[in-house]
Design a protein around this ligand. Sequence first.
Ligand code: HEC
Ligand code: HEC
Length: 353
Amino acid sequence: MQSKKSKQELEDLISRLSKTIATAGLTLVLLVSLLLIGTFFVDVPQVRMMAAPATETQDLTEEKLPIFDAVAQSGDEQLQFGYALLTQTDELLGPLADDPSKRYTGNALQCTSCHLNDGAKDYGISLVSVDQRFPQYRGREDKMGTLAERINGCFTRSMNGRPLEVDQPEMLAMIAYIEWLDDYLEVDPATVKKGLKPIELPNRAVNLEQGAAVYNTQCAVCHQPDGQGLKNPDGWTYTYPPLWGSNSYNNGAGMNRVITAAQFIKYNMPFGVSHDNPILTDEQAYDVAGYMNQQERPQRANLELDFPDRIKKPMSTPYGPYADNFSIEQHQLGPYQPIMAFYQENFGVKKTK
Ligand code: HEC
Ligand code: HEC
């Protein structure tokens, strides 16, 4: 919304400028105005500016309105509510909510901090067609789980919070938005670029020094050298979300697994890259993911109860117990090839994450 208002203001500014130039015709005016425009751009919140062309990276939506506009013009209040909950989670369901009883999440993130481009980005943990993949078997709980329960998984881990009731209006609105995405984008569930795109895992442990170097050159400009993100001028919401510390995802989150984080980072970061034009190499993504996940973050209780069937536990889960004798450090930082070989030989299981 910010960028819309700003665009309008910018257009007004330009039209006022051209009138001035036409009448006065002074180069000085032009120079001063250029300076004004310069400051103007700096003031525009960067996320919205960059997030705007989001859906353009998707061929599917070429002739459609951007998701934001389509939702706004739909006249469907539940859909609009669901969209707002996913994109302004901190203000509506998080620490910034006016009503304390609505503070379900415990960090500065939005759902769309990770489910990029309004949940519609190819291999940006897309939410498109996800409703059609549930109910599904969940290894973490070792039972069939619904979409609402999966969403609650992100509430308690990625969002470091507490679960919603599965039938409360907020949950139903988020699901309504997710279902609407399928209809709107008309994606074939068979070809959707869901989840994350695999990388080729380096046959070595994460190199934390190289990870720090990648962080400082490729990430710190936005997420800040201390990883705490950058706040908007309102001093309240974030332009760039934190990657670690008390306002980040907790240690039980999927993003806290090095392989998951490396896949996310390689094809989505620095912000603006897509899966067909990455900037980082597999090695850089792996190292920086390891570096990021070695930093302090909120700790979730009772994680030892996850994955009752330990053979199903993803090998880069950073906490035990495991069905093997590899060290916690190796589970956190690799090398993973020996772990993969172990599960293949002993259990006939092919591990990928
Ligand atoms: C810190 C990043 C992060 C945040 C924030 C986050 N998620 Fe997730 N989410 C993930 C990861 C990682 C996965 C698992 C992806 C994988 O393993 O392929 C996931 C999976 C999901 C899935 C299942 C996707 C699938 O393809 O099966 C849903 C649905 C989901 N999240 C909804 C939400 C909602 C709703 C919110 C906000 C309340 C949210 N997430 C916040 C990282 C995040
Ligand atoms: C140009 C600014 C920019 C750069 C550079 C950048 N990011 Fe991000 N990053 C973002 C934004 C913005 C988001 C949230 C996306 C959204 O809200 O649409 C994000 C989200 C994330 C997330 C998920 C949300 C969270 O806070 O946990 C991770 C993880 C992440 N970035 C890691 C990295 C890493 C690692 C690098 C360096 C390789 C990097 N980013 C470089 C802007 C940036």
